[in-house]
Design a protein around this ligand. Structure first.
Ligand code: ADP
Ligand code: ASP
Ligand code: MG
Length: 404
């Protein structure tokens, strides 16, 4: 007997037929004598619909109320999943995040899980009930409903797996696992049998939305091995786990594209100590996350500074910088027609020439590079958004990742 945590994403519970199919799968796993805790997302599209509705009644909705609204998507699917199981004669009970004991901090819309009081869930599991928990949500110490950031049901699942000491954590989605690139963009992408936490984390934060990046961070911290696999078939998925020596043999594990980025360029900045510090301090104080930064050589004592931020933050970043830029005599321009392409692999630590191969492949395809940044296991570049998909395919081929 094993204790298994399964998470079903939005497409997997997209309509009543699919919910019934998920219930059948759960029934079969339980019939094999396993204890099952199931995390479900809202039906695909529901969270976006609710967000749009919130913005229709108020352009900048209050974040507490937003969490109150967004959490309802998952509340629908937990109840329906439990009912579908009852219909099959399987004992099941659904819990909201709060009822499941998921305590978070107070950061509405991107709350962090602090503790999980799992005693009630474990008691139910021991009684043979299938426990269904709403993903993406928790409750703050002051009793307010919070949500865990987009894609946050992945985090709910990984955190619950650690809390109930599950033997297995399975993330069910609409593709067979983690691929060398988004299979919807790169048709030749290959499913990976395994990937390290660090690689998955870099891919997720570089735009591969197959796993929420914070969930991978959590899994790494608690060494929660998990498998990403399809809810539509029984193919083996991708195991995400700690690095082993043999995994370093592969130089580039995967390619990711992030189109949700914008580039801000501050020009006419006096080239003297303190200018950059003041700009990035102002952004940091407002909670704006800056990714890549590049400063060009100054001319006549004036420099240009470019950096990228998530597209949703451009207006805010521009607005908070204006008073400072006026004081510094600089101006800011925004380019939201960019994208970020990243190649990731733990093998980069021990192999050279990765950057050269990437840049050559883009040069051969006549794709211009606007910015470059590197880390130990990742190289990212900024390029024009309309070239991003082509660049992903070109890089994928250059690193020998294409399916044969
Ligand atoms: P769920 O609703 O199950 O959480 P998501 O839509 O959040 O599913 O994530 C699954 C999607 O992630 C896939 O449909 C796929 O298009 C996309 N994706 C992006 N990059 C990758 C990748 N490297 N491997 C697999 N899927 C990827
Ligand atoms: N329903 C939430 C979202 O769409 C959480 C999730 O699906 O993981 O972001
Ligand atoms: Mg998801």
């Amino acid at each position: 007997m094993s204790r298994i945590v399964q998470k079903y994403g939005g497409t997997s519970v997209g309509d009543v037929e699919r919910i019934k199919r998920v219930a059948e799968r759960i029934k079969a796993v339980r019939a094999d004598g396993n204890e099952l805790l199931v995390v479900v997302s809202a039906r695909a599209g529901v969270t976006n619909e609710l967000l749009a509705r919130a913005r229709a009644v108020c352009p900048a909705p209050d974040e507490r109320e937003l969490d109150m609204l967004l959490s309802t998507g998952e509340q629908e699917t937990i109840a329906l999943t439990a009912m579908a199981l009852h219909g099959l004669g399987v004992p099941a009970v659904s819990y909201t995040g709060a009822q499941a004991g998921i305590r978070t901090d107070r950061t509405h819309t991107k709350a962090k899980i602090q503790t999980i009081e799992a005693r009630r869930l474990v008691a139910d599991l021991k009684e043979g009930k299938v426990v269904i928990v709403a993903g993406f949500q928790g409750i703050s110490e002051h009793g307010h409903i919070t949500t865990l950031g987009r894609g946050g049901s992945d985090l709910s699942a990984v955190a619950l797996a650690a809390a109930v000491k599950a033997d297995k954590c399975e993330i069910y989605t609409d593709v067979d696992g983690v691929y060398t690139a988004d299979p919807r963009v790169v048709k030749t992408a290959r499913k990976l049998d395994e990937i390290t936490y660090d690689e998955m984390l870099e891919l997720a934060s570089a735009g591969s939305k197959v796993m929420q990046s914070r969930s991978v961070e959590f899994a790494k911290k608690y060494n929660t091995v998990f498998e990403v696999r399809s809810s539509f078939n029984f193919n083996p998925g991708t195991i995400v786990k700690e690095e082993t020596q043999s995994m370093e043999k592969v130089v580039v594990r995967g390619v990711a594209v992030d189109k949700d980025q914008a580039k801000l360029t501050v020009s006419g900045l006096a080239d003297k100590p303190g200018s950059a510090a003041r700009i990035f301090r102002t952004l940091a104080n407002a909670g704006v996350i800056v990714d890549m930064i590049i400063q060009n050589v100054s001319r006549n004592g004036l420099a240009n500074l470019s950096f990228t931020v998530p597209q949703s933050e451009t207006t805010k970043a521009d607005a908070i910088l204006q008073p400072l830029l006026a004081e510094l005599g600089a101006v800011c321009t925004i380019d939201d027609s960019i994208a970020k392409l990243s190649v990731v692999g733990v093998g980069m630590k021990t192999h050279s020439g990765v950057a050269a191969t990437l840049f050559q492949s883009l040069a051969d395809a006549r794709i211009n590079i606007q910015m470059i940044s590197t880390s130990e296991i990742k190289i990212s570049i900024v390029l024009s958004q309309d070239k991003a998909d082509e660049a992903a395919r070109v890089a994928h081929t250059a690193f020998g990742l294409d399916a044969r």
